[in-house]
Design a protein around this ligand. Structure first.
Ligand code: ADP
Ligand code: MG
Length: 402
């Protein structure tokens, strides 16, 4: 834990997730992830330590230039330096290499209270392979290792997992953000106040199989929305028109419904849907029962009866976990269901329920609707949170405990 480490006079190697969205000119369009790492950085500096920051940005190995070289201009962490300096109120030094002679020199010269940001960890081909030699070079720069990059904790990369091996117990820890993510997820997993309701949506059943299976072991209510609902509805003999269906998951959907019944989990599918004659914002739309969608039409959002039924369950819940939007919320005519559910979760939270929203698109939806501060916890870790909730061991966390 952060509070058990004395950072005074120490150099801390801090893995953060500064993988922020940038516009064409390299301007940061959403700095949530940078802000989320500030408490950890500030704490170390306030205690009289120095901070060496490691982060990835984008996928520079996958998106190499035509001549095979790294697209430094696009993926450089230099884009972050100005804004980070402003947020911290002190100048952040930048090393244009992730590792090597200059990194070593700058790290050695670093004084208490100073911050050094190394170049994008993924410029090194060894990063994503979990390379030991690379990890060792990073470890040699510092006395203590702090991992605050929850968003990449499900990856066994050199800077997120391997590097921890080179620090003894007591000299490695989760940062405050990672700790909060883990504590909040554990609240849902291990000590929820009941009733506990999970709301799962998004495009596909296949993305969320493990999550759904796991949830059925301990939730009281499971509300299914989004595109995945139609595979369930079709598996029960419903007519879903041209809605998104995974034909190869119909049997699985039946099994999940059977498991819910067996376990006494109240599993609700959307009674009705907003259907459209095309996958487009200007399509013709109407409301139909979700199991009687005419051919040529597709369900793109949950309908008013579904909203009412889901909201009632949510309002009666003491713990709420939400992953996956209820409809194609990116298009205005199909955003109503997601918005209504977000509002219900916010209201339930106002009444004292604990609510956790996780998942890249779900978090984007809640944030865009201005409700992020009306739920108990918004996870910054999309895929990582999903894997944590599925009960998997995350390499970035496990490595800190060895
Ligand atoms: P998260 O990132 O929160 O885990 P997912 O990635 O699983 O969520 O799903 C989000 C996507 O699901 C969104 O792009 C949304 O448009 C899509 N989606 C939601 N409902 C439907 C639907 N009825 N038909 C097709 N796509 C849908
Ligand atoms: Mg997503």
């Amino acid at each position: 834990m952060m509070k058990d480490i004395d950072f005074k006079g120490k150099k801390a190697l801090v893995r953060v997730d500064f993988n922020v969205p940038l516009d064409e000119e390299g301007n940061i369009t959403d700095d949530t992830r940078i802000r989320a790492a500030l408490p950890t950085i500030r704490h170390i500096l306030d205690q009289g330590g120095a901070v060496i920051l490691l982060s990835h940005l984008g996928r520079p190995q996958k998106k190499r230039k035509a001549d095979g070289s790294i697209d430094v201009e696009r993926f450089t962490l230099r884009h972050i330096v100005g804004h980070l300096s402003e947020l911290l109120g002190r100048e952040v030094q930048f090393c244009p290499e992730p590792v090597g002679e200059q990194a070593r020199r700058m790290a050695t010269a670093l004084q208490p209270g100073e911050v050094l940001l190394l170049e994008n960890t993924r410029f090194e081909p060894g990063e994503e392979k979990g390379d030991e030699a690379l990890a060792r070079q990073w470890a040699e720069l510092a006395d203590v290792y702090v991992n605050d990059a929850f968003g990449t904790a499900h990856r066994a990369h050199a800077s997120t997992a391997t590097v921890a091996k080179f620090f003894p117990k007591g000299a490695k820890t989760m940062g405050f953000l990672m700790q909060a993510e883990v504590e909040n997820a554990n609240k849902v997993l291990h000590s929820p106040e009941r009733p506990l309701t999970a709301i799962v949506g998004g495009a596909k059943v296949s993305d969320k199989i493990l999550l759904l299976e796991r949830l059925l072991d301990f939730v009281d209510n499971l509300l299914i929305g989004g595109g995945m609902a139609y595979t369930f509805i079709k598996s029960q003999g419903g007519q879903v028109g041209n809605s998104l269906v995974e034909e190869d998951r119909l049997e699985l959907a039946r099994q999940l419904l059977a498991k819910a019944e067996e376990k006494g989990v109240r599993m609700l599918l959307p009674l009705d849907s907003v259907i459209a004659d095309r996958f487009a914002a200007d399509a013709q739309t109407k409301v139909a029962p979700s199991d009687a969608i005419p051919d040529g039409w597709m369900g793109l959002d949950i309908g008013p009866d579904a909203i009412a039924a889901f909201s009632a369950v949510i309002m009666d819940s003491k713990t709420i976990l939400w992953n996956g939007p209820m409809g194609v919320f990116e298009m205005e005519p199909f955003a109503k269901g997601t918005k209504a559910i977000a509002e219900a979760v916010a209201r339930a939270t106002g009444q004292g329920a604990f609510s956790l929203v996780g998942g890249g698109d779900s978090v984007a939806a809640v944030t865009r609707m201005g409700l992020a501060d009306k739920v108990s916890f918004v996870s910054t870790g999309g895929g990582a949170m999903l894997e944590f909730l599925e009960g998997k061991t995350l390499p970035g966390i496990a490595a800190l405990q060895d």
